[in-house]
Design a protein around this ligand. Sequence first.
Ligand code: SAM
Length: 326
Amino acid sequence: MADLATPMAIRVAATLSLVERAGSAGATAEQLAAETGTSASPLRCLLDHLVAVGVFDFDADSGRYRPTKLGAQMGEDAPEGIKPLLDLNCAGGRADLAFVELLGTITTGAPAYVRRYGRDFWADLDAHPQLRRSFDAQMNWRFQEQAAQIAERFDWSRFARVLDVGGGDGNLLAAILRARPGIRGQVLDLAPTATAAADRFAAAGLGDRASAVPGSFFDPLPTGPDAYLLCDILHDWDDDHAREILAGCGRAAGPNGTVVIIEPLRGPSTSTAINLFMLMCFGGQERTVDELTALAADTGLELQSVGPVSDERTALEFRAAPPVDF
Ligand SMILES: C[S@@+](CC[C@H](N)C(=O)[O-])C[C@H]1O[C@@H](n2cnc3c(N)ncnc32)[C@H](O)[C@@H]1O
């Protein structure tokens, strides 16, 4: 319980790509130090600890370190896909480091990320294009299976036009449009990611049905679409910001439009670690159906339906509450 050495040693190993560099043939500390521009003696100290915890094997005859089956999981091409969550130069690995400021978050509720890096997660991605790219790649990786599930299991065909609000680089919208040839869509996201979405649509031959709008969901949203999709957006924000985002969608959707929230719900199967991460990084949290319904009600939206749309996500559909007659 008292060990921060192992999590940090693993993260440094991932950042230096020691698994890929050593490969199945293995490498000495001197070789790895020369390749990574590090010092051999401290690197040996790191490798010896990784041997002690089962991440590398050491062959005393050749002096070579080789990744074990466990260590191989942090390789770039490993199916576990955890390298970007460990690599300190990727968005996920960098964000996890802010956990050292967790006490501040628990004391004040304020995101540890801001305390550690001096700006919020999204502004930090904006300032570091390579972080932004790694974040978008991570988002695509997590939805390898789920994008198609969400496209198939929710009845999108009722809508002529969908605006995917904070839709990232267009992965989910592209899956929806491929599954539902009759509909058109737009992604609204921060500028570099909106550009990546436009590139994706063009490359996928969807340019005639899909486009991307650079912008913020805290500014007025385009009107016209019949559905406003918020997928994994609200859990990134505290209640006040989540209400603001919902209110913007509700205003743009108008009396006849639909707001669709797709999120993991908080419950017995929720990963408490991910929930704590959301709190630490963003000041957000997973919410229950009742909590999402109450937030939406504060902005004049009324729950129409709830149902699972993928292995880990639920869709909640909202429309403007009818005016009250006196
Ligand atoms: C967790 S990702 C989800 C992306 C996508 N909806 C999906 O499910 O794959 C959150 C997205 O919100 C976007 N975002 C954050 N702040 C934003 C803002 N103020 N306006 C528009 N998009 C924003 C991020 O750029 C990111 O793409």
